[in-house]
Every structure is written in structure tokens, then in C-alpha cells.
Design a protein around this ligand. Sequence first.
Ligand code: SF4
Ligand code: SF4
Length: 152
Amino acid sequence: MPSFVINEKCDGCKSLDKTACQYICPNDLMVLDREKNKAYNRAVEMCWECYSCVKICSNQAIEVRGYADFMPLGAAVQPMRGTDSILWSVKFRNNKIKRFKFPVRTIPEGTLDTDAGFTTEPDDIDNPLLRTEPGSLGLSKLPDIDDIIQLD
Ligand code: SF4
Ligand code: SF4
């Protein structure tokens, strides 16, 4: 079931060029109505409920509609993201609420080495290997057909 925006909570990410939910949606579904300064999901049938937009919205303005078979009568699941953890609040249909907190990182925010020590060369685009291969596999070279014949 798709995500939806609670208008009263959405501030349009204070009119940034690209809102957080636009930035994060892997399907490019979230858009900002610049007149109303409210975001919305423009193609709900394409939403795969990944919860990325729900998790990134700092105003908790996005929710995902739960399936009627397991979330009837007002049950809800809502995450709240912190810098080092995420807190999931699960509301059951008898109004009981349980909260689960999980760490989301092992290093301080903003310190990730995005290249992880691997370099990119201009002619890598013509290379059939994945970007970090063969080093990320712990190899100096991937086996080729000659290596396989020798194994036989
Ligand atoms: Fe609105 Fe949240 Fe999207 Fe920002 S991330 S535009 S506050 S719904
Ligand atoms: Fe996009 Fe995922 Fe949000 Fe759906 S739940 S709108 S696919 S970010």
C-alpha cells in the first residue's frame, strides 16, 4: 500500500530545491506542489512501500497505508530516525503501543568513506568487472577461461 503525506505536518522541506522525500525515493515518486508547499506521491500504484521517504522525513509527515488484512482498525507503524538509531513505534489495533529501537550505523554520521579505499579510473566504464572487483573479492585477478581449464 502506498505512502501518503499528512499535509498538516509537511512544510515542503522549507522550500529547498529538492525535498528530502524527493531525494530519497528510488522510484522518483515524491513531488512538491510549489503553490501549496506540500509534497505528494504522484503515482501511488508504483510505490513499493520501501519506507525510505517515511524514514527520511524529519517532520514525520509521511506514512504508509497498512494492508487491511494485518493493519485493520487503526493499527500503524511509524519510524523516527535519529543520527545513530531508528525508533519504530508499532501501534496495535487494541491501541497498545510497542517501541523498538535499533542502531543504524557503526561510525559517526558524516564520516563514511564512500569509496572505501577503491579508486575509479576513467576507462573503468569499458571494464566488464564491477567497480570494486577483484579487490573486494579478496583477489588480485578474477579467474578467466584459462584458469578454469587448468583447474580441470
Ligand atoms: Fe514534506 Fe517530509 Fe517531504 Fe519534506 S520530506 S517535503 S516535510 S513530506
Ligand atoms: Fe518512494 Fe519508497 Fe516512499 Fe514509496 S515508500 S514513495 S517507493 S520512497
